[in-house]
Design a protein around this ligand. Structure first.
Ligand code: HEC
Ligand code: HEC
Length: 329
């Protein structure tokens, strides 16, 4: 679209200066990554492609160095260019496509529950077919939590990712429902079609024993892999620790079946259901015991699971001190 606008501008000689200015600005943004791969600051607002929990045994079984990848919990994010290319099956990926993969320490707050703990390092792949021509057009870099470049690791990145030549060196594939609008439920709760690009709060693997230990029904929550996303209103309140959450705050908790392709490795399998909480105007909540919140879960095909609403309310009512939300600041 921008290039359309650019060529229209070029048709008018009088607008040539503007076109030149835009071209210079575009060249400037290209130059930014000619200087090397940088760490984008906003990647947790990018599309969350998925997460994995990796034990040392699983790392070894997968041919990953266990001292680096063992006991990690990762997340993979794609920028708009990378996401569009994934969705449209465009290979090679276009210039500007970028993936960011933060690796966290694997935390087990309860036996059988895996969560992402402190950040260990962040791996980045950025496509610039000219500048990184020698490595298939991708620039690789990992960053320590303080931002230091771990450039010594680069040869290892390159040699391992070359195994994915058929997918232009990218391991991740999409695991999402058809991206279509899900109609709002009778209480007005809706599932934003781009909810995986809301701020990623974190993910968890819940095995049946852990579900029971934390008081969740094991037949619903046992062996699930969930991810929680927050919109801007909710995130601002979380960060500022201000409660109650403002009207319009929205949380999404997406639950996949946990899949164990290798012993000790948990990945996201089939989508199970997606739960949403929306903060309504005063007096419009589903039930007095959960303030102004409205709840709904949606099946993978978008059908509202309204029968579950009573359960949502009775469990979330216990979080009154945090305005009925489990996630903390
Ligand atoms: C021994 C193999 C191996 C090495 C070494 C390795 N990676 Fe990866 N990388 C993977 C696997 C496997 C995934 C998929 C992770 C997932 O699905 O959660 C991945 C995922 C990624 C992703 C997300 C996009 C994708 O391909 O799915 C980025 C970005 C990434 N790695 C960058 C790096 C960088 C930078 C380095 C070097 C510091 C590196 N990797 C080293 C195996 C490796
Ligand atoms: C038995 C207790 C229980 C029930 C029933 C329950 N939840 Fe939750 N919910 C939780 C817990 C625990 C978390 C935190 C999950 C995490 O951190 O990964 C949570 C998290 C959420 C979140 C993310 C925001 C937050 O509170 O952290 C949403 C959205 C949500 N639930 C919606 C629902 C909806 C909709 C239903 C009904 C379909 C429901 N929940 C039923 C316990 C419950």
């Amino acid at each position: 679209m921008r290039s359309n606008r650019l060529s229209m501008a070029l048709a008018f000689v009088g607008l040539f200066c503007i076109a030149a200015a835009i071209a210079a600005w575009q060249a400037g943004s290209v130059l930014a990554y000619h200087e090397g791969v940088s760490l984008p600051s906003d990647y947790r607002y990018w599309y969350h492609v998925g997460s994995k929990s990796i034990s040392p045994e699983a790392a070894t079984a997968l041919g990953l160095p266990a001292e680096i990848f063992g006991n990690t919990f990762d997340a993979v994010f794609a920028n708009d260019t990378a996401l569009n290319d994934l969705r449209n099956n465009t290979r090679p990926f276009r210039d500007g496509a970028t993936f960011v993969a933060p690796f966290y320490k694997l935390e087990n707050p309860v036996a059988g529950l895996d969560a992402n703990g402190e950040l260990l390092f962040t791996a980045v792949m950025m496509k610039d077919s000219e500048h990184f021509a020698e490595t298939g057009g991708w620039g690789f870099e990992a960053f320590a939590p303080d931002g230091t470049r771990l450039s010594d690791l680069r040869p290892a990145c390159i040699s391992c990712h070359q195994s994915q030549a058929a997918n232009d060196q990218v391991f991740s594939t999409l695991n999402e429902r058809a991206v279509s609008a899900v109609p709002a439920s009778d209480n007005g709760v809706f599932l934003p079609h781009d909810y995986r690009s809301l701020y990623w709060r974190g993910s968890k693997v819940i095995r049946p024993d852990a579900a029971t230990a934390i008081g969740l029904p094991a037949e619903i929550f046992g062996n699930t892999f969930d991810s929680v996303y927050a919109n801007q209103e909710a995130l601002r309140a979380l960060r500022g620790e201000s409660r109650p959450f403002p009207v319009g705050s929205l949380f999404v908790a997406e639950f996949h079946q946990a899949a164990y392709p290798v012993d000790g490795l948990a990945a996201q399998g089939d989508l199970a259901f997606t739960a949403v909480m929306l903060k309504g105007a005063p007096g419009t909540g589903d039930d007095a015991s959960t303030g102004d919140w409205k709840f709904e879960a949606f099946a993978p095909d978008g059908t509202p699971l309204t029968d579950l609403r009573g359960a949502c309310i009775s469990c979330h009512a216990g979080q009154s001190a945090n305005d009925y939300v489990f996630s903390g600041g």
